[in-house]
Ligand binder design. Structure first.
Ligand code: DGL
Length: 262
């Protein structure tokens, strides 16, 4: 099984991309809906939650772990790798960084994400190591997660908030924008429109899914352990009547959620 986890249901954007590329392998998803959001919490707390989430997936039989959450990917990966030696981890930061590096022509890159992701400084470090001429401009965009979860995808308020978040980045002349949060691919059309034609978007859900698919394709040994099966098994740490609607919005198909008993 491919284990995927996120702070909540937004990580289903990654599951959707995995299903498009490797539908033959069973996916086990855990959304920590009881403790979401992570994007406002400290790196220490996020790391503790990430270890618990990984434990859950491994105990249920996951053979590789995909960290769909940008906040976890920005703060907890070294600890996770130390804690779970030998387990292949995939995260959303590295493939997004690599894609942005390939896309940019003018070396001005923008990024929106949660506060914890932006404050982690991980992208600054990666770009600095790769190319000192790259300028990274970041803006936390914390209002987008609740707007998306409320289903306000086409409201004028959402459009104007997206525009507000992008103005400072556009003023810097960025030609590439990283959507550094599980939820933002859902607003890709509006973000593309407000960012303008010159700006190319990096969608982490596509980048990580591509990386996982390539890894599995070249790893015949692992393939044997990934159990063929279409339907993803989705677990949450809390369940309300609205969660299935939200999950359906991210996955674009009907979803049954299983509640974990702590
Ligand atoms: N999953 C989080 C991320 O990608 C967004 C939601 C949250 O703050 O927990 O950063």
């Amino acid at each position: 099984m491919i284990g995927v986890f996120d702070s909540g249901l937004g990580g289903l954007t990654v599951v959707k991309e995995l299903l498009e590329r490797i539908p033959q392998f069973k996916i086990l998803y855990f959304g920590d809906t009881a403790r979401t959001p992570y994007g406002t919490k400290s790196a220490e707390t996020v790391t503790r939650y990430a270890i618990e989430n990984t434990n859950f997936l491994l105990e249920k039989g996951a053979k590789i772990i995909v960290v769909a959450c940008h906040t976890v990917s920005s703060t907890a990966i070294p600890e996770l790798k130390k804690h779970f030696k030998g387990i292949p981890f995939f995260e959303v930061v590295t493939p997004s960084f690599k894609k942005a590096l390939r896309l940019t022509k003018n070396k001005k890159i923008g990024l929106i994400g949660t506060r914890t992701t932006v404050e982690s400084g991980i992208y600054q470090r990666l770009f600095m190591e790769a190319d000192l001429q790259i300028k990274l401009y970041t803006n936390p965009a914390p209002l987008l997660v609740p707007l998306i979860e409320e289903g306000w995808l086409k409201k004028p308020e959402t459009r104007s908030i997206v525009k507000k978040y992008l103005i400072p980045l556009k003023l810097r002349g960025i030609d590439t924008l990283i959507l550094a949060c599980t939820h933002y691919p859902i607003l890709k059309n509006i973000i593309a429109e407000k960012a303008g034609k010159r700006v190319k978007l990096v969608d982490p859900s596509e980048e990580v899914a591509e990386e996982v698919a390539n890894y599995i394709a070249s790893n015949t040994d692992l393939k044997k352990h990934l159990e063929p099966d279409g339907e993803p098994e989705i677990w949450v740490s809390d369940l309300t009547p609205n969660f299935e609607n939200i999950a359906q919005m991210f996955l674009r198909r009907k979803v049954k959620l299983n509640k974990l008993l702590w």
